[in-house]
Design a protein around this ligand. Sequence first.
Ligand code: FE2
Length: 346
Amino acid sequence: MREGVVPLIGPKELSDLLEGPEPPLMLDVRSDAERRWAHLPDDRHVPIHLLPRETAGLPHDRPIVTYDHFGPDARRAAELLRSRGFDSAAALEGGIDEYARVVDPSLPRYPDGQAEGGLLLQQLPRPGTGCLAYFLGDPVAREAVLIDPGFDTGPYLDALRGGAWHLAAIVETHTHADHLAGHSALHLATDAPIYVSRRSPAQYPHRTLSEGEAIDFGSEELRILETPGHTLDHLTLRIRGSAFVGDTLLIGACGRTDLGDGSPEMLWDSLIGKLMCLPDEVEVYPAHFGPRHSLPTRYVSTIGFERATNEALNQPSREAFVRYMTEGWPPKPTDFEQIVRANLEG
Ligand SMILES: [Fe+2]
């Protein structure tokens, strides 16, 4: 699905509309867990991963305003609705968080991070490169894992020290070709082991991971799926209802296959044979976002939403996907071979 223009409604404007003669239907597209923190009165709840198959029950004769925590999922949901004939669908700008801040301070705000039943999950975006790293922590055991850390390790080390966290593992989803990784510097500073795929040609000290294995930290378990294609050594990491998919699956797209030792055929098999076998509600955390990668400025999706809307996944056949992956891509970055070499040497 193409990115289109979605009307945004600010919190004050929405407040006026809700008190007016024809209030819009407020549609909460967040997960059940998020909804427990707070929601708007008299709204309707359809998690975004269910929305593609549940638009039939929504009214066409009343404006719909979608909302989420900060705004990006709501924009995506409103875009889907507009593409299906809900011409007056719009999104709440800034999400329920901004609404609570500006209009209704009595609404509870989310706590820091996304604490879900004890697991702390934090996205660590790097806007300059469009990369996303992830911090996972068991707050009781104070054990943590870092996934795909960037080269500037200062903020990670500050967070670890500030929270008295023990770093149990540094995990690379794959050999990166577009940014320098920070695994070796973090290892030197913390002594945490670096985990990579058994297929990685990494030359620095590391431990290897294979399909079905797991990394334990605190009372949590990060399980391994091998998803080659973007690169041969690509892993997807599963924990609870989340999947850290690296560049195998991006929001609305997938990672290119011509910067390493991957292939479109392998990628199709990983996408369809592995990731698309996960339940719709599994949250998808990719390694990239934003304009630098021609991606939407969204940080998280779900398997169900990507299954319904992702252009790469909706190619009609393996052959069509291979054509899609080999035609029309921008030129390779000039420095990617040096970056790969530096990341493999550590
Ligand atoms: Fe990559």
